[in-house]
Design a protein around this ligand. Structure first.
Ligand SMILES: [Zn+2]
Length: 254
């Protein structure tokens, strides 16, 4: 089955958004497999697979789900699939870049979380949430890329819901905002400013975490750290800070 055919089967226009693709797929599964069991998690996996397939024409869709009726009529032609695969060009204007910065004071009464990972350290970051400067800077970079207000606006520190909240939840919600606006993260790069502790051993876990939340490969995530050479509030170990930059791409053709 060719990529074009998926759009036909799903009865959606070629420039359908991720939401439209997901809804169409859900409708299709419901229509042809009303008895399909397995819970939402199975279904979500399939829906995501459908979306991934439409984004990447080299991938093949689960046609056993798409194609349960009129099987004789629909021939699955895998021959030449690769040759037929063409990536839609993305206009340069559609690529967006965002930048974020965050800082919190170090205190002895909190645990330290950076990049969604608990770091072994005698100090943590004072904040309404867990104070994860890495994820906060990253959220702001992603929000900034699509012209949204910063995380302080989206997740105000007056809201008890976010009291001591894991910033992983905030990043997940930012990813959803991006998706709703028709964008997806392409790559991110982060610099952490910390005099102590040594953070390099935690980078692989941070990348893994961010990769799962943003649904991008770990090779699209840069994480590095630097000390401040003893200078200023970072150097005096009064606080930790992070910078982040992110590029995002549209999920539909622009
Ligand atoms: Zn913050």
């Amino acid at each position: 089955m060719y990529k074009e055919d998926y759009y036909k089967v799903l009865e959606i226009p070629r420039n359908a958004s991720q939401d439209e693709i997901q809804m169409a797929y859900r409708r299709l599964v419901k229509e042809h497999h009303p008895d399909k069991k397995g819970g939402d998690s199975v279904r979500i996996k399939e829906i995501n697979e459908a979306y991934e397939t439409l984004k990447n024409p080299n991938k093949r869709l689960r046609y056993d789900l798409l194609n349960p009726v009129e099987e004789e009529e629909t021939e699955i032609n895998l021959e030449g699939l690769e040759e037929s695969a063409t990536y839609e060009p993305i206009s340069q204007e559609a690529i967006r870049i965002g930048f974020g910065f965050d800082v919190h004071p170090l205190v002895s009464y909190k645990k330290l979380f950076l990049g969604g990972i608990e770091i072994s350290h005698a100090y943590g970051l004072a904040a309404h949430s867990d104070g994860d400067v890495v994820l906060h800077a990253l959220c702001d970079a992603l929000l900034g890329a699509i012209g949204e207000d910063d995380i302080g606006h989206h997740f105000p520190d007056t809201n008890p819901e976010y009291k001591d909240a894991s910033s992983v939840l905030l990043l997940q919600q930012v990813a959803e905002i991006l998706q709703k606006r028709g964008y997806r993260p392409s790559n991110v790069d982060i610099v952490i400013l910390a005099e102590k502790p040594k953070l390099a051993p935690y980078f692989p876990k941070m990348k893994e975490k961010i990769s799962k939340i943003l649904e991008i490969g770990e090779d699209r995530i840069g994480v590095k750290a630097t000390t401040n050479q003893g200078l200023g509030y970072i150097g005096k170990k009064e606080g930790l800070a992070a910078y982040a930059i992110a590029t995002v791409l549209p999920t539909r053709r622009i």
